[in-house]
Ligand binder design. Structure first.
Ligand SMILES: [Fe+2]
Length: 336
């Protein structure tokens, strides 16, 4: 597969990854984990729904936790911001014209919002034009807890057909910052797609999908990761510190993965590098070139490779799961 050309003037303007909507079993327990361990700030709590933001975020929420035992452990959608309400109207026509679905939805604490799907096997994406603004808590040190999470950065989703999904999102202006090729087939196994000024808003990897592997949030430093892990242990979530701390390969991101009380996976990362200029080409790796994408340590546990959040109402199917596992640690993919 060749990567499609970059679309510099997309039909509407997606600006960044914005918010995730999770279903949870016990909202009190989830709130304890998100505020005390990870360090989110509670923006609003009403009707069994909690709205949370990181301490650097001024827009109302980046995480929505919805108490619903029947759907606990699933997600409703991932969210993206668009630049204006005009973009919502254009998006609705464009997505429908491309064979997807696009319905205006009423959301508390959000401006004009549009729930979209881009066809079978792709993650549902809610586009949002605006949110109320609340105080940033960055300099409110008294209010800061746990890992002092700063802001949402990206999603990683598993999809059964990477090439077709890449084409759909690149048609909307997403730009690749790096991708991994199967050494033999030259198929794209995973790709980092960006709309904002760093390497990732949406990571796509080939596996049974659509499923949400993780949502990544930026923290200030390693100490914030370690503090969150220590508090997780204090509160009985020590075994839910799933993988890391460790270092991904380029672009040198340090990481630590947690599982929340419903199994949703949260990644903490350090502030990513910039990725802005159009002549800055994506990095390309081959899956079996011997360069591990985790340069030290033992690689992720099996549950990290296999367990993911499903999207409510979206059947997950297909996908080369075995190949995807090699993306994190190519050693797993070699014939003994
Ligand atoms: Fe990530």
């Amino acid at each position: 597969m060749s990567i499609p050309d970059i679309v510099r003037h997309p039909p509407f303007n997606i600006t960044r990854a914005s918010h995730v909507r999770y279903f949870v079993r016990d909202l009190d327990e989830s709130l304890r984990f998100y505020t005390e361990v990870l360090g989110f700030v509670l923006s609003d709590l009403e009707d069994g729904i909690a709205y949370l933001r990181g301490i650097e975020e001024s827009c109302h929420h980046s995480v929505v936790l919805m108490q619903d035992p029947a759907r606990a452990g699933t997600a409703e959608c991932i969210g993206m911001r668009v630049a204006s309400e005009d973009d919502i109207a254009v998006a609705q026509a464009h997505v429908r014209g491309a064979g997807g679905t696009a319905e205006i939805v009423e959301r508390p604490h959000q401006g004009l919002s549009l729930m979209t799907t881009f066809g079978k096997g792709t993650p549902p994406v809610e586009l949002c034009a605006s949110m109320p603004v609340l105080p940033r808590m960055l300099n409110n040190f008294v209010a800061q807890k746990g890992g002092r999470v700063l802001r949402l950065d990206h999603y990683q989703c598993a999809v059964p057909d990477v090439p077709s999904t890449v084409a759909k999102f690149m048609a909307l202006g997403f730009r690749p910052s790096k991708y991994t090729l199967d050494e033999e087939t030259r198929q794209v196994l995973s790709i980092f797609l960006s709309r904002k000024n760093n390497p990732h808003d949406l990571v796509l990897a080939g596996a049974m999908g659509p499923r949400l592997h993780h949502v990544a949030f930026v923290v200030s430093d390693l100490q914030a990761m370690l503090r969150a892990a220590d508090i997780a242990a204090n509160l009985g979530y020590g075994r839910e510190v799933e993988h890391g701390p460790g270092r991904h390969g380029p672009p040198n991101g340090m990481f630590l993965y947690f599982r929340d009380p419903d199994g949703h996976r949260i990644e903490f990362i350090l502030p990513p590098m910039q990725y802005i200029d159009p002549e800055d080409k994506p990095n390309v790796w081959e899956s079996t070139d011997g360069v591990s994408l985790v340069p030290w340590g033992g690689g992720p546990p099996q549950r990290w490779r296999e367990e993911m959040t499903r999207f409510d109402g979206h059947e997950a199917a297909g996908g080369p799961l075995a190949r995807w596992t090699s993306l994190t640690d190519p050693r797993q993919d070699r014939t003994p």
